[in-house]
Write a protein that binds this ligand. Structure first.
Ligand SMILES: Nc1ncnc2c1ncn2[C@@H]1O[C@H](COP(=O)(O)OP(=O)(O)OP(=O)(O)O)[C@@H](O)[C@H]1O
Ligand SMILES: [Mg+2]
Length: 252
């Protein structure tokens, strides 16, 4: 499991995380919601050791990530697939090269086995036969799916998704959600999904946590968050521009 304990992070005096505590259980999909700029991507980057906290701890299967020697960190990272916000594909590389990057770096498979593996993962995300295309030839939804294929190549135990459906049309967003559900269910992967899309959050999530002003404001099941009477939570999940109870145009 992933345990985040009292995590603090500031950038140039701007305090972003102010004591985030979160447990992600194995085999579940855990959604993290919150306003733009509240620190969701920053939180994910701490889990894979791309950022160092000012204080607090992140443990992956009991191993503390902050301060872990590089070699040990790489071992932990092999277990974790990451779908970055905006997919983060290299424009100068083909789809196949992009997808193979991680397994090549970690020397996880023989070069001769790569094409079959790439084809298999592309088929899983519904993109058969696009190996030789370049990212500039793909739509936003296709790029996200290529990013997911790349994450799947490592056969990870955990996958971190940063805004997997943002900017996609509702049909494509739903297709991505179905893929996340399939990957979590069939492969037994533990998923952490950062999103501000509540349709996706309810559909995918076993648990939902809301990040607000640097701490976890609420954690619960989709039903629990719907029933939660915290006005800050209600304002976010109903998409209101004002706290619930203070609507100008007379709320429900
Ligand atoms: N490397 C960095 N250096 C300086 N400031 C940073 C860095 N990374 C993030 N920040 C700041 O931390 C805050 C949180 O950023 P973060 O990207 O985590 O937001 P977010 O919740 O993911 O937002 P969004 O929903 O828009 O993606 C922002 O104010 C951002 O400017
Ligand atoms: Mg972000």
């Amino acid at each position: 499991m992933i345990e985040i304990r009292d995590l603090y992070k500031a950038f140039e005096g701007q305090q972003v995380l102010r004591g985030v505590t979160l447990n992600i259980e194995k085999g579940k999909s855990h959604i993290v919601i919150g306003r733009s700029g509240c620190g969701k991507s920053v939180l994910l980057k701490h889990i894979i050791g791309l950022l160092q906290p000012d204080a607090g701890d992140v443990r992956v299967d009991g191993i503390s990530i902050p301060g872990l020697p590089r070699r040990e960190l790489y071992k932990v990272r092999r277990k974790i697939g990451m779908l970055f916000q905006g997919a983060a594909l290299f424009d100068s590389m083909t789809v196949a090269e992009n997808i193979s990057l991680g397994v090549r770096e970690h020397r996880m498979v023989d070069e001769q086995d790569l094409p079959a593996l790439v084809a298999e993962k592309l088929a899983m995300v519904g993109l058969k036969g696009i190996e030789e295309k370049y990212p500039s030839e793909l739509s936003g939804g296709m790029k996200k799916r290529v990013g997911l294929a790349r994450a799947l190549m490592m056969e990870p135990e955990y996958i971190l998704y940063d805004e997997p459906t943002t900017g996609l049309d509702p049909v494509m967003a739903d297709a991505i959600n179905e893929m996340i559900i399939d990957v979590t269910g069939q492969m037994g992967v533990t998923s952490i999904v950062v999103t501000h899309d509540m349709v996706s959050a309810y559909k995918i999530g076993d648990m939902i946590s809301m990040l607000h002003e640097g701490t976890v404001r609420f954690t619960g099941t989709p039903d629990e968050i719907r029933a939660c009477d915290d006005p800050v939570v209600q304002q976010f999940i109903t998409g209101s521009s004002r706290p619930v109870g203070q609507e100008v145009y007379g709320g429900a």
